[in-house]
Each structure stands twice: as structure tokens, then as C-alpha cells.
Design a protein around this ligand. Structure first.
Ligand SMILES: [Zn+2]
Ligand SMILES: [Zn+2]
Length: 361
């Protein structure tokens, strides 16, 4: 109810009024009492929240159960409306399904802001209060059944974002009165734990509606992959050899803000990829020993067989146990181009790969 009301039978929107027009509307309504709430048809009073958002409220307490919204929620709604307008889409606050879709159970949903462009419909939801993951999934399903795409902004994000459920954390800065959207959980980038910079809510919404929010864009692209090695002395033949310590897929080179991915050769399932990326000729050229399964001689490794680095000269295993403890400096020795496939993405945790990317360009 708060951002719109009825004037006779016409819907009017609080965000279309500047300060003067708002005062004029207030004066008219005082004498005519013609404004009515959209929820229950009660008399309306004009208000401004302490964060400066104009809105309509029930003139007096009545039987209507429409819950009042927090000032933060109202302001977030107003920002979403601005972003929607900037994208050239039509915003409708507190939107319900069309009459044709209203079932005996009543209104199946009410969107904080429904953005429409022809047949495309996106419901933006601000969840300032807590909501259980089950409730979120249930509400998302009701949108889906109506042909509406639901996109969520949570103050308390408690659900995994996915292709079917775009859900993002928002923060509010009391001093600047700006909401910002945080796309991703913390991630490692270039050896540092980082967030990608958050995006102001209006700009984010505008971007969502103009094709800038993309799901898992890395899949299907090729990226440079950096190969890092250490130069070590082989315990068996005592000659110096190179071992592969780390592979870094530079996702951020093509998709700024997307975290890079790193792996060693021991990650479960990565071995066939490593063999494809580092064929025998490349290993020879870089004076790296063969990569293959060998039996460890070490008690601490339980003499297990595993995919290992070997000596370039004698093929002796270079145990993982020593690698973790060695003090040799790591060198970036080469770069190769690799294709980033869906299967490869699955090997890395979904939260680092299958996530939404916002194109800031
Ligand atoms: Zn009401
Ligand atoms: Zn050796």
C-alpha cells in the first residue's frame, strides 16, 4: 500500500510528487478526503518517513492487517523504482497478479516492485525482516507459476543464490542513505581475501534490466591459466627439478570482479584436466617431471599411491608432504589458454563459480 493509493479510481504514486506537489495533494485531500488505500479502501494520510520517502498511510487504525513497512524498506523500494525507470521499464509498487490469475485463495503474491517491459516481468523483493529459506522458496515458486522472475534483496541473506533464485545481500548506510548490493560471498583473489565492490541499489536494478547481470558467465569462455612451480632438490637423485605447485585460472582478466580460481594438482577430479593443460611437451620444456600416480615412500603419507609430481631426471616421487613445508620461492613459469567448462566449474565449489556477475563496464 504505502507508495500508491487510489484517487477516485485512478492509481497515484507517491514517487511522482515533488515536495510542492505533495503539499498540494495533502491540502486537497484534507478537504476532499478523496484518497483511498489500495489495500482496503480506507481514508489516507500523506506521510514522509524519517529517511525522506513520501508515502501513503491509513488515516486511522482500522481492521486492515496490511503491515506497516520500515523506513528502510520504503526507501529501498523507492530506489528500485528509480532504477527501473532509468532502465526504461515500468515500475509498479505493491503489485498483485492480474485479475485473471487471482485464485480462490486470493492474491497469490504482492511484489514490492514489479518491473514490466512488454511481456517481461521481474519482481524485486526487499526482505528487510528475516524470512526463512522455505518461505523464500515458496514465494519464488508462486512468482514462477505466474511467469514472473523474482529477484531478492536480503538484509539477512540466509539462502544460497542460484540461477533460479537470484538473491543478494544489501547494506544500508544511515549517513549517506545509500543501499548497496553485495554480489558474492568473500573470496580469494590474488592471495587476498576480498569482496568485489558493492553496487548502489539503483544502478544494480538498472543493470539487472539492461542485461548486465549475468549468471555463471565464465562457463564456455577461455581464460589464461598461470602455471606456478618450485625448483627443488630431488631426495632420490639429488638433482634439481621443477614441480607444479599451483594453477591459477585468471577469470578476472575477462570478467572484472569475478574471482580467479586456483588449484593444486591434488584437488579431487582435477587430474585429467591437469594432464590436458600440461601435456608432456610442455612439462619437458619447463623441466617439470612427469605428472602421474606414484606410490609414496613416506610413512606419514601411509605409502599411499596418488597423482604426484616427479623428478625430471629420475622420475622419483616428489611427495606432497614436503611441498607444503618447503620454503622455496614459487615462480610463475608459463601461461596457457584453457576452456572453462561446466564440468570444470563443478570441480570448484559452486559458490565461487556459479554465481551472478555484474558487468560494470
Ligand atoms: Zn488497508
Ligand atoms: Zn631425481
Amino acid at each position: 500500500m504505502p507508495l500508491k493509493c487510489l484517487n477516485d479510481r485512478n492509481i497515484i504514486y507517491a514517487f511522482n510528487y515533488d515536495d510542492d506537489a505533495w503539499e498540494a495533494l495533502r491540502a486537497t485531500n484534507k478537504s476532499t478526503k478523496s484518497l483511498r488505500t489500495a489495500c482496503c479502501g480506507a481514508e489516507v494520510t500523506l506521510k514522509t518517513s524519517h529517511l525522506g520517502t513520501k508515502y501513503f498511510a491509513h488515516a486511522r487504525k482500522g481492521p486492515c492487517v496490511t503491515a506497516p513497512m520500515t523506513a528502510e524498506h520504503l526507501l529501498a523500494q523507492a530506489h528500485i523504482i528509480e532504477g527501473t525507470q532509468a532502465a526504461g521499464w515500468l515500475p509498479e509498487p505493491e503489485a498483485n497478479p492480474p485479475i485473471s490469475e487471482i485464485t480462490p485463495n486470493g492474491r497469490e503474491w504482492q511484489a514490492d516492485v514489479l518491473a514490466t517491459n512488454g511481456r517481461a516481468k521481474i519482481a524485486f523483493e526487499v526482505q528487510w525482516s528475516k524470512q526463512t529459506p522455505n518461505e523464500t522458496l515458496h514465494r519464488q515458486e508462486r512468482y514462477r507459476a505466474s511467469g514472473v522472475r523474482g529477484l531478492w534483496f536480503f538484509r539477512h541473506l540466509n539462502i544460497e543464490t542460484s540461477k533460479e533464485l537470484p538473491a543478494f545481500q544489501i547494506y544500508f548506510n544511515e549517513d549517506t542513505r545509500i543501499f548497496k548490493v553485495q554480489l558474492d560471498p568473500l573470496h580469494y583473489m590474488d592471495d587476498e581475501l576480498k569482496h568485489t565492490p558493492p553496487i548502489p541499489l539503483q544502478a544494480f536494478v538498472q543493470g539487472c534490466l539492461t542485461g548486465k547481470l549475468i549468471y555463471a558467465p565464465a562457463i564456455g569462455l577461455t581464460f589464461p591459466m598461470e602455471i606456478f612451480t618450485k625448483n627443488k632438490q630431488c631426495k632420490r637423485c639429488l638433482k634439481m627439478t621443477n614441480i607444479v605447485t599451483r594453477l591459477k585460472i585468471r577469470i578476472s582478466d575477462k570478467l572484472p570482479g569475478c574471482p580467479n580460481l586456483e588449484t593444486d594438482i591434488y584437488r579431487a577430479g582435477i587430474q585429467p584436466y591437469v594432464l590436458e593443460w600440461l601435456p608432456a611437451a610442455t612439462l619437458r620444456e619447463l623441466k617439470i617431471g612427469k605428472l602421474k600416480v606414484r606410490k609414496s615412500f613416506m610413512q606419514v603419507e601411509r605409502q599411499a599411491s596418488y597423482f604426484s609430481n616427479g623428478c625430471f631426471h629420475c622420475d622419483g616421487i616428489q611427495p606432497e608432504y614436503y611441498e607444503e613445508r618447503s620454503l622455496e620461492v614459487e615462480h610463475l613459469v608459463s601461461k596457457v589458454e584453457i576452456e572453462f567448462t561446466e564440468a570444470l566449474a563443478k570441480l570448484f565449489s559452486a559458490r565461487f563459480v556459479n554465481y551472478w556477475w555484474f558487468n560494470r563496464a
